[in-house]
Write a protein that binds this ligand. Structure first.
Ligand code: HEC
Ligand code: HEC
Ligand code: HEC
Length: 177
C-alpha cells in the first residue's frame, strides 16, 4: 500500500517538479528569437518541397532577397498576366484593386506591419478575406505572431500559398517612429 502510494503519487510529482526546473519559463527578451525558431521549424519542410518544384520555370521570374519567387514584382513587371476570371471573358466585370494600407502596431522593438490592400486585391477578391479571416474594421482582429505561425490571419496564406513567414521585414516594414 505504502509502496503503491510512492510509485503512483510521489514519484510522478517529483519527476514533473524536476522537469520544470530543467525547462524554466523563457525570458520575454528572447521572444523574437523564439518566434524566428518557430517560423523556421514550421517552414523547413515546405521550403524543401517548393525548391524541388518547377525549378526551370522559376528561373525566368524575379526573386525576393531570400531567393523565393517574388510574384508581386512579376505582376508589376508584366512578366505574368493572370486571368481576371475563370472563363477569361473580358466582358465579365471585375473589381479594380483597392489602394489603401493598414498599419498594425506590433508589440516590442520589431518594426510595425504594413498590410497593403493593393497587391492583395490584384490577386484576390474581398470575400477571400472579409469577413471570414478579417472583420472589415481596422484594429478589430486579435492578430498575433503566434496565431499567424499557427496558420490563422495572415498565416492562412503566408507560408502556404503566399511568401514565407521567414521574410520578417517584408511585413514588418515600417520602423517605429
Ligand atoms: C488578403 C486579405 C484581404 C483582402 C483580399 C481584402 N482585405 Fe480589406 N482588410 C484586410 C485587413 C488585414 C484589414 C485590417 C484589419 C484589422 O486592422 O484588424 C482590412 C480592413 C479593411 C477595411 C477597414 C478599414 C478601416 O479603416 O477600418 C475595409 C473597408 C476593407 N478592408 C475593405 C476591403 C475591400 C473593399 C476589399 C476588396 C476590394 C478588401 N478589403 C480585400 C485584409 C484584406
Ligand atoms: C487570402 C490570402 C492572404 C492573406 C490572408 C494575407 N495575404 Fe499577404 N499576400 C497574399 C498574396 C497572394 C500575395 C502576393 C503573392 C506573394 O507575394 O506571395 C501577398 C503579398 C503580400 C505582401 C507583399 C506586398 C508587395 O508589395 O510586395 C505583403 C507585405 C503582405 N502580403 C502582407 C500581409 C499581411 C501583413 C497579412 C495579414 C494582415 C496578409 N498579407 C494576409 C495573400 C494573402
Ligand atoms: C505575413 C506578414 C508577417 C510576417 C512575414 C511576419 N510577421 Fe510578425 N506580425 C505580423 C502581424 C500582422 C503582427 C501583429 C501586429 C499587432 O500586434 O497588431 C505581427 C506581430 C509580431 C510581433 C509582435 C508580438 C506578437 O507576438 O504579436 C513580433 C515580435 C513579430 N511579429 C515577429 C516576427 C518575426 C521575428 C518574423 C520573421 C521570422 C515575423 N514577425 C514575420 C505579420 C507578419
Amino acid at each position: 500500500m505504502k509502496n503503491a502510494f510512492l510509485k503512483f503519487f510521489i514519484l510522478p510529482l517529483l519527476i514533473t517538479g524536476l522537469l520544470s526546473c530543467v525547462h524554466p519559463e523563457t525570458a520575454p527578451s528572447d521572444r523574437q528569437q523564439d518566434l524566428e525558431k518557430l517560423v523556421e521549424k514550421s517552414t523547413q519542410q515546405k521550403e524543401t518541397l517548393s525548391e524541388d518544384a518547377h525549378p526551370l520555370a522559376f528561373d525566368y521570374l524575379p526573386k525576393a532577397k531570400q531567393g523565393y519567387v517574388d510574384w508581386v514584382e512579376a505582376l508589376r513587371q508584366g512578366i505574368i498576366h493572370p486571368r481576371e476570371n475563370l472563363t477569361g471573358d473580358p466582358n465579365v466585370p471585375t473589381m479594380p484593386p483597392l489602394d489603401f494600407n493598414i498599419i498594425f502596431q506590433a508589440k516590442g522593438d520589431i518594426p510595425d506591419v504594413v498590410y497593403p490592400h493593393r497587391p492583395h486585391t490584384e490577386w484576390l477578391d474581398c470575400r477571400n478575406c472579409h469577413p471570414g479571416i478579417f472583420k472589415m474594421q481596422a484594429g478589430s482582429n486579435p492578430v498575433t505572431m503566434e496565431k499567424i505561425i499557427q496558420g490563422e490571419f495572415c498565416g492562412r496564406c503566408h507560408g502556404k500559398v503566399a511568401f514565407p513567414l521567414s521574410d520578417c521585414t517584408r511585413c514588418h516594414s515600417k520602423p517605429k517612429s
